[in-house]
Design a protein around this ligand. Structure first.
Ligand SMILES: [Cu+2]
Length: 261
């Protein structure tokens, strides 16, 4: 009892994750806390029994014989099979639920014409994060579409409406964003730890990532798929701005000479 309560307390009070800066981060953090609680309970329980046994069953002076030969204990074996089976089943179902709530089960747009839907005359890309909680449908806001190109060893961002090319990803806080991503050479992965989202970027097969940033700030974009010798340096920045600042940025950059470097 003490062990379970202690593990739950540790799970609820652990503070290892970076700031949460997107709408789905809290759902992910919930899963992290549950997994951390289970890990803490197992760690403390196993370590407790181990330390207790080291002291209680140590060899006393004068003890020279072999220990008791113990073989087989059916109730114990059922117990230590059933408990991990239950834990693994629970974690599997719960993770699936979280993945579904983050929009992971929404169909990916495998070709340019599949799975696209039209909202108010605008094309909406499907894929991860396009579930109702992520697409902004409850706020009635249309997602900001941005095209992402990944290559060895950089990300390029294109705003199709304004025809802006950028090396940093600028997004407005509180508005849904829809990234359509494709790689030029090998498989990369687009990861923003502060958003708790990650998606592969694949040559020849566009993938989609939807999110709603919530906190203005600058956060790292990390390539999370080993893509070559400078993979570790393949980083960029996402700049989350107040919507007015974002609009100003769009205006300032519209019709600027496009430089593809
Ligand atoms: Cu890469």
């Amino acid at each position: 009892m003490v062990l379970v309560l202690g593990g739950l307390w540790i799970g609820q009070n652990v503070n290892l994750l970076p700031v949460d800066a997107s709408a789905n981060a809290s759902v992910y953090d919930e899963l992290f806390r549950v997994l951390f609680s289970i890990g803490a309970i197992l760690f403390l329980g196993i370590l407790g029994v181990l330390v207790f046994s080291l002291i209680q069953f140590r060899r006393r002076s004068g003890q020279l014989g072999d220990g008791l030969a113990i073989e087989g204990n059916l109730p114990l074996e059922i117990f230590w099979t059933a408990v991990p089976a239950f834990v693994v089943l629970f974690v599997g179902l719960y993770s699936f639920d979280i993945y579904d709530r983050m929009g992971g089960m929404a169909p990916l747009s495998h070709s340019a014409h599949d799975h696209h839907s039209m909202v108010a005359g605008e094309e909406v890309w499907g894929g991860i994060g396009s579930s109702s909680s992520q697409s902004g449908s409850e706020t009635g806001l249309l997602p900001v579409p941005i095209e992402v190109t990944a290559m060895q060893f950089a990300f390029l961002f294109h705003y199709p409406k304004e025809d802006i090319m950028a090396g940093e990803l600028h997004v407005p806080a509180g508005r849904p964003v829809s990234l359509k991503m494709e790689a030029k050479d090998v498989i990369h992965a687009f990861w923003v730890p502060e958003f708790r989202i990650k998606q592969d970027v694949i040559p020849g097969q566009p993938t989609v990532l939807n999110f709603t940033p919530t906190k203005p700030g600058r956060y790292p974009i990390v390539c999370a798929e080993l893509c070559g010798p400078y993979h570790g340096g393949m980083r960029s920045t996402v700049v989350v701005e107040d919507p007015e600042d974002f609009d100003t940025w769009l205006t300032n950059n519209t019709k600027a000479p496009v430089s593809e470097a």
